[in-house]
Design a protein around this ligand. Structure first.
Ligand SMILES: *Cc1c(COP(=O)(O)O)cnc(C)c1O
Length: 221
């Protein structure tokens, strides 16, 4: 499992290089290791290599991966990067440290209620459907301003940034640039964008979080 440690070192080097190349501080880009559908050995190897920030896209799988490990790693941080159903909000608020997939009013309200009930104030990112794809989650760009206001002022959520997953068949850079422009308009500082294939491009366009799975852990089940 030294391979995972090697991959992490390699990706960190690439992050640093991409940031420097465009005059950004490499420390301003955080690596979210996407551990969905990876086996225990690989996850433990990433932890042994010092990685502490992880992303998961399903609540139940995240519990299986992290509930016990959390206790040994108090500095662990978990981001939810997949769609969240309202009936899983309670478990999600209990487990995660950041919700990256805030995408509808019903969910915003439920998250706010549950955070209040549990006394946890989690930062959230709004997921934007930059490609306006029917099958994809996320708020459409034209409704972002209204939705952001709702999350912030009606629900009192701590919205810190935006997240997107570009369409597979279009140049990702166009979507990263759009997300950066939308964040600027909204006065939001965090940008979660870029995956294994395109995280360097995302950094050039302002990513503060890159979500890397296969390039770090190897291919998934
Ligand atoms: C799986 C996933 C990733 C990681 O994708 P890789 O191509 O394996 O790096 C990033 N973001 C989201 C939302 C994902 O679901």
């Amino acid at each position: 499992m030294n391979q995972v440690a090697e991959n992490i070192a390699f990706i960190r080097e690439k992050i640093t290089g991409a940031a420097k190349e465009c005059g950004r501080d490499p420390g301003a880009v955080q690596l979210v290791a996407v551990s969905k559908r990876q086996d225990d050995d690989r996850i433990d190897a990433a932890l042994a290599a010092g990685q502490r920030l992880f992303g998961e896209n399903k609540v139940q799988e995240a519990q299986a991966h992290w509930q016990a490990r959390r206790e040994s790693y108090p500095d662990l941080r978990l981001h939810l990067i997949g769609p969240l159903q309202t009936n899983k909000v309670k478990d999600a608020v209990a487990l995660f440290d950041c919700i990256e997939t805030l995408d509808r009013e019903k969910l915003a309200l439920k998250l706010a209620e549950e955070m209040a009930a549990q006394g946890r104030d989690l930062p959230c990112f709004i997921q934007v459907n930059t490609g306006a794809e029917l099958q994809k989650a996320g708020i459409l760009p034209e409704y972002l301003g209204e939705f952001h206001d709702y999350c912030r002022y009606e629900c009192g959520l701590d919205v810190q940034g935006l997240m997107c997953i570009p369409p597979a068949d279009e140049p990702a850079a166009l979507h990263f640039a759009l997300l950066a422009k939308l964040a600027q308009e909204q006065g939001l500082l965090e940008l979660s964008m870029g995956m294994s294939a395109d995280f360097e491009k995302a950094i050039a366009l302002g990513a503060t979080y890159v979500r890397v799975g296969t390039a770090l852990f190897g291919s998934r089940d």
